[in-house]
Ligand binder design. Structure first.
Ligand SMILES: Cc1ncc(COP(=O)(O)O)c(C=O)c1O
Length: 368
């Protein structure tokens, strides 16, 4: 059996309906803005339970504009977890703030609360929590800490569409939540896309202007902004996918259960520690093992695709601060492995992957 990591084409639900919608929009020259974009913003705000959603060109812009929207003190520090996609850190650097890395919690790869407390000082102005792999960070505690210290809070939800804590969607705990609709994301467009959600009218209005050269209406520029809009065709695709998203989440959760039941008894590997009242969207299913490279090769030989998110921690990139005191994340890039998981994988495929992993560890024990 061959198990692909993802098959983006397969992930498009009701293809005929989508193509006919795109055909209609193209025939009517509807390419930028319009009802599709407005509807998706309304629908996604409703889905996440936030007052406002403003769509953008991609998740990187969403982060960069979110940081800008908060008007933080010049030269102040922003804390970011060290295991994340580079965009989270770029948003800090590209806005001219000082980047401070925080260690991660090895139980679910979220931000480490003890290290967060250590990293906060009188020059800290904000924290960006990342719900990596779709695992919600401990937002009730993080919020308590940031509120007490009067810090702004951004949530990077690029990988966490549908992840919730006590039914509350991630991205709604802090000042602003950011999303990516990159094709490989759980809710993926046919190209780049992004959004912010917020309950603040002020932030929402700022982002609306920022994405459109500082203007809300034609030629009413208030400041120098940029062009970062979700296009109409992609808004239509996302509107359609959002309608079907509940089903996708349920399939991903069912497949994750198979991994947990098969892998939890293996002594050489660690899976996630799931928390009560947390809902997970399983953007990635990541395991950790000191035999990572050997396991990856073994799975490749058995025609199973895997990936690594990410092979380096951001403090290992030489243009970012090189904080050597981050204990949990040290060498993490050499131990983690992302297994195939999506709503289009079958139970048999996931069982096949899990059984091959069990076989690998059994062989390892016999060879010792
Ligand atoms: C955690 C995280 N933040 C931000 C981004 C950036 O999103 P985009 O690729 O849409 O710019 C990504 C995308 O990979 C991501 O995974």
């Amino acid at each position: 059996m061959k198990v692909k990591f993802t098959d983006l084409y397969k992930l498009i639900p009701e293809k005929k309906k989508v193509l006919s919608k795109l055909n209609y929009l193209i025939k009517n020259s509807k390419f930028v803005g319009g009802d599709e974009v407005k509807n998706f913003e309304k629908n996604f705000a409703k889905y996440t339970g936030s007052k406002y959603c403003v769509t953008l060109g991609n998740g990187t812009d969403a982060l960069e504009i979110a940081v800008k929207s908060l008007n933080l003190k010049k030269g102040s520090e922003i804390i970011v977890p060290v295991n994340t996609w580079i965009s989270t850190a770029e948003a800090v650097k590209n806005n001219g703030y000082k980047l401070v890395f925080c260690d991660i919690d090895l139980r679910d790869y979220s931000l480490s609360i003890p290290d967060l407390k250590r990293k906060i000082n009188s020059n800290t102005s904000a924290v960006i929590a990342v719900h990596l792999y779709g695992n919600p960070s401990d937002m009730y505690n993080i919020k308590k800490i940031t509120q007490k210290k009067n810090l702004k809070l951004i949530e990077d939800c690029a990988q966490a569409h549908g992840s919730r804590i006590k039914k509350k969607h991630v991205g709604t705990f802090g000042d602003v939540g950011t999303f990516s609709f990159f094709p490989g994301k759980n809710l993926g467009a046919f190209g780049d896309g992004g959004a912010i959600i917020t309950n603040s009218k002020k932030i929402s209005n700022f982002v609306l202007r920022m994405r459109n050269h500082g203007a809300l209406n034609k030629y009413d520029h208030n400041f120098s902004g940029r062009n970062s809009r979700l296009d109409t065709l992609n808004a239509a695709v996302l509107n359609h996918k959002l309608t079907n998203y509940k089903k996708s989440l349920s399939s991903r959760n069912k497949l994750a259960k198979i991994y947990f039941s098969k892998l939890k008894t293996l002594s050489g590997i660690q899976t996630y520690k799931l928390k009560k009242n947390y809902e997970y969207c399983y953007h990635q299913f990541v395991i950790r093992t000191s035999s990572r490279d050997k396991l990856k090769n073994f799975l490749t030989k058995n025609k199973i695709d895997t990936m690594i998110h990410y092979p380096y921690m951001l403090n290992e990139l030489n243009f970012f601060p090189n904080d050597k005191k981050l204990k949990n994340s040290k060498n993490l890039g050499k131990k983690i492995l992302s297994l195939p998981i999506s709503e289009e994988h079958t139970k048999d495929e996931i069982l096949y992957v899990a059984n091959k992993i069990s076989l690998f560890f059994k062989k390892q024990i016999l060879n010792k």
